[in-house]
Design a protein around this ligand. Sequence first.
Ligand code: URA
Length: 434
Amino acid sequence: MPDIVSVIRHKRDGLELTGAEIDWVIRAFTHDIVADEQMAALAMAIWFRGMTRAETARWTTAMIDSGRRLDFTGLGLPTVDKHSTGGVGDKITLPLAPLVAACGAAVPQLSGRGLGYAGGTLDKLESIPGWRADLGTVEMAEILTDPAIGAVVCAPTEDLAPADRKLYALRDVTGTVESIPLIASSIMSKKIAEGAGALVLDVKVGSGAYMTELGEARELARTMVELGSDEGLPTVALITRMDTPLGRTAGNALEVREAVEVLAGGGPPDVVELTLALAREMLALAGIDGVDPAERLKDGSAMDRWRAMIAAQGGDPDAALPTAAYTETLRADSDGILTGLDAMAVGVAAWRLGAGRERQGQAVQAGAGVELHAKPGEAVRAGQVLATLHTDTPEKIPAALTTLQGGVRISAEASDGGAPAVPARPLVVERISG
Ligand code: URA
């Protein structure tokens, strides 16, 4: 039988771990036989040495097998899920899940709460009065098969990839999150265990993403697509830009409001563009053709699904969303073109205002966050309001304002008719399939 010190030494010295070593270490860690400090040492060795494709695949399978796998094959409908690696203002799941359901596929989406500057989908939905994230699998199946709903967004049950739950918490406090094999196996173990029939990944790249360089984002996307294929889960990844927030809001209720605008046929163009791009990929993988998701936004059927989905989880789709008690504005200090509005600065400001949490389990403020009144590429005037900060805790405003200010770039307008100050960059940078 392997022993943990030998496994750590093997990885530290650059050897490839055997399947038996990986299976044992994941099982022993799940059952508290391997101690946290030993697993932290192994995670750090993996951080430095990496893992081969075979090791990463075995690690992922072992984490899936640490719990149970959901199975939606009996629903009689194609099922498809989406996962985003996380970005600022990323509210895409909210319009996307009901939209794809309105086009004929069932969407079982298990989501997370936010930690740090990137918001969590469950935190956003929990700003809707009455909405609850904790459902059992029977309730999930009932919602998915209801012909008026077909989409569910809820929290994973405790028995879904428990090894990852433990390991992710440990990586979070030991500086071992940013490792491609560990991130890929963490995400894919949960997504494969969820039991959807196909998966579309939105891998973010840019200042507000885990991966700031395209090469790293591409490697992460390829690794996850390969892990999906190895497990028989058709998987496609879109690499999308995260240099500036998606849409004009970052914060829980603020983002729900914006998602509802998209479902009503309006909303910010970048949110609509990405929602439709991901919907088209999901429908293609689910084998549904001849349905235009843009039409389903226009004709109100996606909105009908949203309302039914929220109501099925106890929420009131007509209730007023919470608002923060205090607001403050950030104004432009000169005339010119807004050339940069850094995603990380906006995300950290929203987090400081109370939209996010510093530790697992902390409460978040439903109404807190940042509302943007200008986006990169737009002309601005000195004194114009660029952003509104929302919070229930006004003592947080000065630090958030300073952070936000640091993310703003205004360049003097080109008076010679030369190149635009902000070259148009596509939102979807690359598509990676198996
Ligand atoms: N999200 C996850 O679920 N796991 C990681 O390792 C990083 C982001």
